[in-house]
Ligand binder design. Sequence first.
Ligand code: SF4
Ligand code: SF4
Ligand code: SF4
Length: 271
Amino acid sequence: MPKGVLVDVSRCIGCRSCQVACKSWNDLPATPTGFNNNWDNPPDLTATNWTRVGYHLIEKEGQLKWRFVKTQCMHCDEPACESACFTHSFVKTKEGAVIYKPTELNQDYCVGCRYCMIACPFSVPKFEWDKAFPFVRKCRFCYDRMKEGDKPACVTTCPTGALQFGEREEILAEAHQRIDSNPNYIKHVYGEKEYGGTSWMYISDVPFEELGFKTNVSEKPIPLYSWDILKWTPWIFVGWGAILTALYTYNKRRAEVHHEEEMYAPVQDEE
Ligand code: SF4
Ligand code: SF4
Ligand code: SF4
């Protein structure tokens, strides 16, 4: 059964424990911080920041109030990143996690074309621009923990219950139960239907558009049309196929000299 996470924005206090837990569990390096024009830190997802909590000062019932929104890969039911990748470097597992084979399964398919980054409607995958042998990085839904029956690290550490992990169907039912029983909630579960549905879903007591969510988006999965768009990108006109073939050859050679230790057992019995 596919898993899911319910993010209840009204319960998040912006403590960023989830950010720290993600860094810790996934052995990601600390990111130097600095002053900027908002409260967000880090300001965006990066190859070493797989989740972040955005700070939003909004007006509600005549008062200014803070709301905090944790973001990460949404683990789409029909992922655009997976469909855009012609080397099949992404896979949607039966548990719901969308994982990236070059790092998760030590299968070095990625040629670095970054079509996945263009295709993702949530701007999630990030490239290791500073690495000699770069990978695409993003939240992996703590697939290693999930396979052991554990919750994601970020969910485990959340002190307020703002994050709830479980079977997607049960999580969805819980989301509807909460918004139906409390008039403070917006009557919408973000992620239930957006882009065909996602494993991570959100409920909120303020309108989603005020929290930076893309609203009024298609309920149609992007894979149904993403490749039709991507295939007409200007790269085609400069022999992109030939370039990718050269990259693939280069990448295969790289795999021979640059092995990472295999992290998880291969995914089997995909549905
Ligand atoms: S949010 Fe983006 S990276 Fe994550 S599964 Fe969906 S399309 Fe892929
Ligand atoms: S599910 Fe795991 S990888 Fe994803 S944000 Fe949470 S801790 Fe990070
Ligand atoms: S750990 Fe929980 S309460 Fe703290 S910022 Fe993350 S989601 Fe919000």
